[in-house]
Design a protein around this ligand. Structure first.
Ligand code: EPU
Length: 418
């Protein structure tokens, strides 16, 4: 058990490079296991969710090794097992990608119902309906989703509501099925597009990713591929928000600024100076920030995964702000922790109403999920005095080298044993 100690009040300044996208990496790693072949992935973050997912795949027979920073070599020729391990899958949402992968690769899958952040009920009913549309028989029994099909067939499936996981899982299975699958109302997120591009490199014909209709012409002859994962827009957004919250000046290099439009628009509206250049995005604040209202929404709307961090920033902005959460009904777990630090936030239905206080004061708080943990980091950086964050395993699920990156920006941060 470890804790993070942050001495607040330092303006972040400098530059940093973000890691590859965690949520793309998880999907692309699952895709690589569809082919009985070797794949090489670059820019894979060394964060806990990725490491757990690799352990899940190892139990299924895949060989996986980081041979240099961000450089992951996967060999799925030896994948034989169709039952995924319960305890590992319980720890993360993306373990459900093992179901789409195994169903496509072996025609059967037994995958525990996934765990992950406690931010809503997060059912897998859309995934199940999608697999059934492809011809699988699916049931849930003893905590497992069990799917099998002697013969899967391409089909048209309307994703009931914009769902990143459902869109990716069905692209995975469909890529291995000869014939045409059409996904309507598909999610538009960059991580969906990244996965689609990698599947195309593997030999599937995937069209329309990034729009509402994705077509997949699958093949049994998928092969391995070499691919570089996109930069992590949520990690980048977290550092940019931290820069604004501390009235700092930070350049985040080598990110795809188009993925950040909703956040950068809000930061500008709040009074930050945002510069988008060929090498990255710079956020600078040298006067008081203004209140803003935000609704989270599927891409290209404001990402739900940046909601808690933005709330931490707005907690000390004079005036009243509202953040309406439209994706996950229980995303507000961070609120009680921010209140410990003196924030004035109340939740009314799906909306957090934030009344700015002059300053937060450091306190012992918990990282109750990945992004709530990131909000505690932002709050600790802008607070007066020392903040102690525990439950770091949640932060480590999604942030590689957090304290090194923050120290590189001048923050006073230490990781210590509890
Ligand atoms: N939903 C259902 N049934 C389903 C699937 C989804 O009702 O079968 C609902 C969800 O409960 C939610 C909405 O549909 O209300 C959208 O969920 P989605 O499927 O898009 O989310 P996800 O695939 O489970 C991914 C990311 C999350 C991110 C969301 C939204 C991964 C591994 N996770 O989750 O990331 O918040 O998309 O963008 O890609 C994080 O990284 O901290 C994180 C939580």
């Amino acid at each position: 058990m470890e804790r993070l100690l942050i001495e607040g009040g330092v303006r972040l300044h400098g530059r940093l490079r973000v890691a590859g996208a965690k949520n793309s990496s998880l999907a692309v790693i699952a895709a690589a296991a569809l082919a009985p072949d070797q794949s090489v992935l670059e820019n894979v973050p060394h964060c806990r969710d990725v490491l757990i997912f690799l352990d899940i795949l190892r139990v299924l027979g895949v060989k996986a090794e980081f041979t240099a920073q961000g450089h992951l070599v996967l060999d799925a020729r030896t994948l034989v097992e169709h039952v995924a391990p319960y305890d590992l899958c319980r720890q993360m949402r993306a373990s459900i990608y093992a179901a789409g992968m195994l169903l496509g690769r072996l025609g059967r899958a037994e995958v525990p119902l996934p765990g992950g952040c406690v931010i809503g009920s997060r059912p897998v009913d859309f995934h199940i309906r999608g697999f059934e549309a492809l011809g699988a028989q699916v049931m849930t029994e003893h905590g497992f989703l069990k799917a099998s099909a002697p013969q899967l067939t391409g089909a048209t499936f309307y994703v009931p509501r914009s769902s990143v996981g459902t869109t990716i899982n069905l692209m995975l299975a469909a890529s291995r099925i000869p014939g045409l699958t059409v996904l309507q109302n598909a999610a538009h997120e960059p991580e969906v597009v990244d996965t689609a591009v990698f599947l195309s490199f593997m030999g599937a014909r995937v069209r329309g990713a990034g729009t509402s209709t994705i077509t997949v012409e699958g093949t049994e002859d998928l092969h391995g591929a070499t691919y570089t994962i996109i930069p992590d827009r949520i990690e980048a957004g977290t550092y940019l928000i931290a820069a604004a919250a501390t009235h700092g000046d930070v350049l985040v290099e080598e990110l795809i600024s188009e993925h950040m439009t909703a956040l950068l628009t809000k930061l500008t509206e709040a009074g930050a100076v945002v510069e988008q250049g060929p090498t990255g995005v710079r956020v600078k604040v040298d006067s008081d920030l203004r209140p803003v209202d935000v609704d989270t929404a599927p891409y290209p709307g404001f990402a739900t995964d940046l909601h808690p961090q933005l709330a931490a920033m707005l907690a000390v902005v004079a005036g009243r702000c509202a953040i309406r959460e439209t994706i996950f009904e229980k995303r507000f777990g961070y609120v009680d922790e921010l209140r410990r630090m003196g924030a004035d936030i109340r939740v009314e239905g799906d909306t957090a109403i934030i009344t700015g206080v002059p300053h937060l004061s450091g306190a012992p708080v918990e990282a109750i999920d990945i992004r709530a943990g990131a909000a505690m980091v932002v709050a600790g950086l802008e607070a007066r005095g020392e903040t102690q964050i525990t439950n770091l395993e949640n932060l480590d699920r999604g942030y590689e080298g957090l304290e090194e990156k923050l120290r590189g920006l001048g923050a006073q941060v230490q990781r210590l044993p509890v």
